[in-house]
Design a binder for this molecule. Structure first.
Ligand SMILES: *Cc1c(COP(=O)(O)O)cnc(C)c1O
Length: 379
């Protein structure tokens, strides 16, 4: 019997670096940034940032200043953008050289005022920001009318660049649905926005946006999920990076006709063997991925064999029906893959009515992260 953590996330840093290089090559001469918000989508910034920086990534996007400060410690020379804009103490942006993504006239005014308080050109030179224009998502960003008004001012961006804007950006709402008509209108609107700010480099594409068409690339692309091996676009074939595994804590037999788990949602149609695995919704494994007589749940992989969940997901445990697996393939103490090279993360997510992004960021709570080199086998 092996002794490892009940739940672990193995992260293949060579595959992560390889995915970044692949996207960078595909989008060159645009530069390729790395989106590492939410602790690098649950992988851990302390693992993801050095791997990406080692591959050549020199620009990172995070959501909050606290995340930016963490990334700064790992990437002293990188450009770090804070997507949620100006939050918390504005001085932190100067202290840690974080670049806010400004998406409202008020934020732009506050940023200009802050820059004006610095009395040296050198100090101001280091205070860079991005300007975010909304092109159809209605989340963050200036409206088109606000962008037009700002473009006409001579002392903020196009003239004196008192705001120190170094990047013009927008964000796709539907890039993962390649034929959605909103994609083309956002591409067109962003081209128009760039016309308003001719001196600024532009950035529009997230992972899925990269695969839409080259007109979406502009000067910088911002992939997140594709770096980590999640599904982004039907044409994207990137390497698996994460393998989430939980240990089998018990193997039991249960007779035909009995039910499994809370609520007795699933009845066994034959004498069965069940493996009880140490992961549940308390670990971020989605409760909605459970199985019932009315609908099948997600599957796990044990020794490369695929086996379906039986019954509901508990807080700390799932039951897996291993009746069809070779007896010697299922051992107490062995790991079951929840998602990874055999079980696609997006398959599990689909069973739970969610997306790979949510699964990745949730599962991180109790999982012990282990870095592996490419090709190294689990266990
Ligand atoms: C999260 C995010 C990204 C990365 O999106 P993916 O779909 O994970 O590639 C890029 N840009 C913005 C503004 C984001 O919020």
């Amino acid at each position: 019997m092996t002794f490892g953590p009940p739940l672990r996330m193995q992260i293949n840093v060579a595959a992560l670096a390889g995915n970044w290089r692949l996207l960078a090559e595909k989008t060159g001469p645009a530069t390729c940034a790395g989106v590492v918000k939410a602790d690098a989508y649950g992988l851990g910034v302390e693992i993801a940032v050095p791997a990406l920086a080692g591959a050549g990534c020199a620009t990172f996007f995070v959501a909050t200043p606290a995340e930016g400060i963490e990334v700064r410690a790992l990437a002293p020379d990188a450009a770090i953008y804070v997507l949620d804009g100006l939050l918390g103490a504005i001085a932190d942006y100067a202290t840690h050289q974080l670049r806010p993504v400004l998406g409202s006239p008020d934020a732009l005014t506050a940023w200009c005022a802050f820059r004006d308080t610095l009395n040296s050109d050198a100090g101001r030179h280091n205070l860079v920001a991005a300007l975010h224009v909304d092109t159809g998502m209605n989340r963050l960003g200036l409206t088109m009318a606000e962008a037009i008004a700002i473009a006409a001012e001579t002392d903020t961006v196009n003239g004196a660049n008192r705001a120190g804007i170094g990047l013009l950006m927008s964000h796709f709402a539907c890039a993962d649905t390649p034929n959605h008509p909103l994609n083309l209108s956002q591409i067109d609107r962003f081209a128009a926005v760039r016309g308003l700010f001719p001196a600024l480099p532009g950035s529009l594409a997230n992972s899925a946006g990269i695969f839409l068409r080259p007109e979406a690339h502009h000067d910088q692309v911002r992939p997140g999920i594709a770096l980590y091996g999640g599904a982004s676009h039907p044409a994207a074939t990137l390497a698996n990076v994460v393998s989430a595994q939980a240990r089998i804590v018990q193997i039991r037999s249960a007779p035909s006709g009995e039910s499994v788990g809370y609520g007795a949602t699933q009845f066994l149609k034959r004498d069965s063997r069940l493996a009880i695995v140490a992961a549940g919704y308390g670990d971020g494994y989605p409760r909605a991925a459970g199985s019932g007589d009315d609908r099948p749940g997600a599957s796990v992989a044990i020794g490369g064999h695929i086996a379906p969940l039986a019954g509901r997901v508990s807080m700390d445990l799932i039951a897996v029906n291993v009746t069809d697996l070779p007896e010697n393939a299922v051992q107490v103490g062995a790991y079951a893959e929840l998602f990874g090279p055999t079980i696609a993360i997006d398959d599990v997510a689909r069973h739970a009515g969610t997306i790979g992004y949510e699964l990745l960021t949730n599962l991180s709570r109790r999982a012990v992260r282990e870095v592996i080199a490419e090709g190294e086998n689990a266990q």
